[in-house]
Design a protein around this ligand. Sequence first.
Ligand SMILES: O=C(O)CCC(=O)C(=O)O
Ligand SMILES: [Fe+2]
Length: 227
Amino acid sequence: MSDEDAALIAPNPDKTALKRVGEFVRARLAADPSIYRVPIDQAEIFASSDFLSSAECDRLIAMIDEVARPSETFDAEDHYAYRTSYSGDVNPDDSFVRMIERRLSDLLGIDLAWSETIQGQRYFPGQEFKEHNDWFDTRAPYWKEEKRRGGQRSWTAMVFLNDVEEGGTTQFVKVGVKVPPQRGALLLWNNALPDGSPNEFTMHAALPVERGVKYVITKWFRTRPWS
Ligand SMILES: O=C(O)CCC(=O)C(=O)O
Ligand SMILES: [Fe+2]
């Protein structure tokens, strides 16, 4: 059995909560005319082209440049091969950041308290984030802590802050969906299936930047209040 297959049969204590979050966010997004659903059946992936203004993107880019440090993923063993970009939590107490967070939370209809603080990422040429799923592996040592502080990740919200000269496409590798960076565009997806189990079709990668620099912000929503 591959590691990936094993992850899919790992214990899923948050299944019912994931199902419930999936249901209400799905209904809310379906009723929102600014949101487009990527037309595939295997995963719930949504986009909105002008979520942030250029001025808002520039302000976030400047904040990321201030906090950038090497990324950490939850897979300590090979994280350098895995994600080579720079990342950092932008200041969650900043009133401008709070405004962006409130907008995301309102769009999805998930209480802001159920989400991790916004993370900024910057990719220079050659940097990438190899294919992965955003959900936690409930068999990994870190799960004990994550379970206590908000549980499984439900929805991911990501915003591209700039156009990239070449490369940096976000690719959902199992369903053939490719989203090139587009300034201000929001990408949202449900990491779970409608029944609350992890959806392997959400596996995604940030392809290497070839020319220019790529900036994104990401916010992960959980299944209960995050701390
Ligand atoms: O930068 C991207 O395009 C993807 C980022 C990502 O997958 C993540 O932060 O989990
Ligand atoms: Fe991801």
